[in-house]
Design a protein around this ligand. Structure first.
Ligand code: PGA
Length: 260
């Protein structure tokens, strides 16, 4: 299943952290330290930091992302932010359906589907997050959960519409817990995701689809995760806030020829 078409992507998710001054400083460090990295790099920052970080990243290949969006283009939705506003602030991508959104803010697969549509319409790269809870894994429901999140989240698109889409497999039990999935567990889930996407939208699209792993990625475990044939990158939370560690992750080393 491995494909030469898939350029690795390492994305940081800053969540609800950092002041504007801290955001500017960290973005500068990422920009300056990312030369010669093996893949693409992105940082997904709080809405309030988008435009200042966009200014820092101007002219750099480091992509800027938001962490969520509303599916409508504008209107009376107090407190929400639209895809076009995110784009206007200088971002090129957005996370969608992070498990913290699903769990703490009751985000449904139907809402996720509308958000993906809105992101694509605004030419933002959607990074769709999916993953099972510990309870679901222990009940052997991991594949069923992933399948439903994919089928419902990706309902009604043409494969050509979905060309920019990225998927992040983030087992909920591994997020912020220090319990990383083993490389084998990650590979097993990623392969299942790719096969499901192949069934939904065809082999050609699925073989070019980038699937990131997220959940307690660190400088210590990134190389072994990235060595798996279907792991095309990482979505990094806590460790993306630490400049030295994040730059080590960005410069991951996977055995030559294992994937690309
Ligand atoms: P973590 O978060 O790396 O801190 O586990 C990952 C994520 O939530 O995207």
């Amino acid at each position: 299943m491995s494909s030469n078409l898939r350029k690795p992507l390492i994305a940081g998710n800053w969540k609800m952290h950092l002041t504007l001054a801290e955001s500017v400083a960290l973005a500068r460090t990422v920009k300056e330290g990312s030369a010669n990295a093996p893949g693409e790099i992105a940082i997904c920052v709080p809405f309030t930091a988008l435009s200042v970080v966009a200014e820092v990243l101007k002219g750099s290949p480091v992509k800027l992302g938001a962490q969520d969006l509303h599916w409508e283009s504008h209107g009376a939705y107090t407190g929400e932010i639209s895809a076009s506003q995110i784009k206007d602030a200088g971002a090129q991508m957005t996370l969608i359906a992070h498990s913290e959104r699903r769990r703490l803010f009751n985000e449904t697969d139907a809402a996720v589907n509308k958000k993906i549509k809105a992101a694509l319409a605004a030419q933002l790269i959607p990074v769709l997050c999916i993953g099972e809870t510990l309870e679901e894994r222990e009940a052997s429901r991991t594949f069923k959960v992933l399948q439903t999140q994919l089928e419902e989240g990706l309902k009604g698109f043409a494969p050509t519409d979905l060309a920019p889409l990225v998927i992040a497999y983030e087992p909920v039990w591994a997020i912020g817990t220090g319990k990383t999935a083993t490389p084998d567990q990650a590979q097993e889930a990623h392969l299942f995701i790719r096969k499901t996407c192949s069934r939904l939208y065809g082999e050609a699209w699925a073989s070019g689809l980038r699937i990131l792993y997220g959940g307690s990625v660190t400088p210590e475990n990134v190389d072994s995760l990235m060595s798996q044939p279907d792991v095309d990158g990482a979505l990094v939370g806590g460790a993306s806030l630490k400049p030295v560690g994040f730059l080590r992750i960005v410069h991951f080393q996977s055995p030559a020829g294992a994937k690309r």
